[in-house]
Design a protein around this ligand. Structure first.
Ligand code: KIV
Ligand code: ZN
Length: 514
């Protein structure tokens, strides 16, 4: 029987706290429910004392997720622990996760505490947390740069105080695999009561070794790994969940270890995170990047066609990557569409089927072949719908190498049609400016990406962007065979989101009401 490695997902805490990855409550809940479908063991839902938003998100997720442990982070202060517990107390399986730094550099320059004071604070925090709930995790922040003798002492006393999980973070991503493995082995061998706890690791990716370090730790006795979807997190990020899980899965003969992860949900979880945050993963990202299963070189294609194992060490289906199969065309009927969605794992209500069929026929008018990825884009477009203060009606764009790009946009606002024009540095800038003039906003563009969803010159272009307004960021995503139109629609979605959040004014005077 293979031993189980526990997967602790911190996308909603360490991942979400990284610049550009913030999510609102609704988005966090959607991701948490998807993580539950992915079957992670623990969801770290936030840092409740950090903000009201974090507190509410942890409380909501704790109330809704049934099958995973829900962790809330807190420092060793009583106030922090109380706040975390307040957010967690309705969870089916709550976990208080308390931490304090143990490296001399943190003690001296951040905490201004002695080693003995930190030791006492750690014990007191674990004891207090334990009086509230059974499941208590302790993290020794910056463990990798801590004196190993001192670290072992801290680990021993927090286990005595009741810590059910002890986590060894490489907070600054400094470790290298063999050395980190040795540290985990030393702790496992030297701490006398280590058997009473689950040893965990949490690796950052500053030197690009977070996954390698986590795997080395697993080989040396760690039983829980902390990681994030797409490897998002502070600075260069955390260890990527999908890479750790698929390493253990693909090389199970070597490791003889299992996880409870439903690997077929990996791709859709990664995609959901991308849609919610507006942040794409790089094309060559392991497991979930667009090129991860693409074989460009002729010799590879030939091999893969004869036998996929020639160049594929795992199948795209095993992580839920939809096939780039030619599926449907203009003359395909509603039944064929419904059947294909079923095969892709989506069962649609009659109303949903009607709506996606309409979108499908529009697309089939513009595009000869419709692929699985196009069908998924149609569905996601509906899932990502935002209440439309302004809805897109039409646009007219003039652009050329000798012309000043100019865009005229017509939007529907309640019962009115409103229209305005603007110039810009290029056609995309011109449409954004025209939308700004109508809605009376100026969203600062934080990120913009354009990708082809399937193949061919008539492929759908998908725009994913993020705007910032009054310190908050809003995501917009849209697909069209016309990339300027996709840009306009994505930008409008982000603007509508900002308006719905009450962050920006609704309309200005310069527009003309038709
Ligand atoms: O990187 C780190 O040390 C952390 C701890 C709070 C677990 O995120
Ligand atoms: Zn971290």
């Amino acid at each position: 029987m293979e031993k189980q490695i526990l997967i602790f997902d911190t996308t909603l805490r360490d991942g979400e706290q990284a610049p550009g990855f913030s999510m609102n409550l609704d988005e966090k809940l959607r991701l948490a429910l998807q993580l539950e479908k992915l079957c992670v063991d623990v969801i770290e839902a936030g840092f409740p004392i950090a903000s009201e938003g974090d507190f509410l998100a942890v409380r909501e997720i704790a109330g809704r997720v049934q099958n995973c442990k829900i962790a809330g982070l807190c420092r060793t202060k009583k106030l922090d622990i109380d706040r975390a517990w307040e957010a967690l107390k309705n969870a089916q399986h709550p976990r208080i996760h308390t931490f304090i730094a143990t490296s001399d550099i943190h003690l001296k320059h951040k905490l201004r505490m002695s080693r003995e004071q930190v030791l006492a604070a750690a014990v007191e925090a674990v004891r207090y947390a334990k009086s509230l709930t059974d499941d208590v995790e302790f993290s020794a922040e910056d463990a990798v740069r801590s004196d190993p003798d001192y670290l072992c002492r801290v680990v021993e006393v927090v286990i005595d105080a009741g810590a059910t999980v002890v986590n060894i973070p490489d907070t600054v991503g400094y470790a290298i695999p063999a050395e980190f493995g040795r540290l985990i082995r030393t702790i496992s061998q030297r701490v006398p009561n280590i058997e009473k706890t689950i040893l965990s690791v949490h690796c950052h990716n500053d030197l690009g070794m977070a996954v390698a370090n986590s795997i080395s730790a697993i080989e040396n006795g760690a039983r829980q790994v902390e990681c994030t979807i797409n490897g998002i997190g502070e600075r260069a990020g955390n260890a990527a969940l999908e890479e750790i899980v698929m390493t253990l899965h693909t090389r199970r003969n070597h490791f003889c270890l299992a996880t409870g992860i439903k690997t077929q949900e990996i791709y859709s979880t990664s995609k959901l995170l991308t849609r919610l945050t507006g942040m794409q993963v790089q094309r060559n990202k392991a497991i979930v990047g667009a090129n991860a299963f693409a074989h460009e070189a002729g010799i590879h294609q030939h091999g893969v066609m004869n036998n996929a194992m020639t160049y594929e060490i795992m199948t795209p289906e095993s992580v839920g990557v939809p096939q780039s199969m030619l599926v449907l065309g203009k003359h395909s009927g509603r039944h064929a569409l419904e059947k294909r969605y079923k095969e892709l794992g989506y069962s649609l209500s009659e109303a949903e089927l009607n709506a996606v069929y309409e979108a499908f026929t529009h697309l089939a008018d513009k595009k000869k072949a419709i692929y699985d990825a196009d069908l998924i884009a149609i569905l996601q477009d509906r899932e990502d719908e935002v209440p439309e203060t302004y809805s897109f009606e039409k646009m007219h764009v003039i652009s050329g190498s000798q012309l000043t790009p100019t865009a005229t946009i017509r939007l529907k606002h309640g019962d009115e049609m409103v229209e305005d024009s603007s110039v810009g540095d290029g056609p995309v800038d011109a449409v954004f400016n025209a939308i700004d003039r109508i809605a009376g906003v100026q969203g600062r563009l934080l990120s913009y990406s354009l990708n082809s969803i399937s193949r061919g010159r008539d492929a759908l272009g998908e725009v994913l962007l993020q705007i910032e307004r009054d310190g908050a960021s809003y995501v917009g995503k849209a697909a069209s065979t016309d990339v300027v139109e996709a840009s306009a629609k994505a930008y409008l979605k982000a603007v509508n989101r900002a308006i719905n959040n009450g962050k920006i004014g609704d309309g200005n005077q310069s527009r003309s009401v038709l």
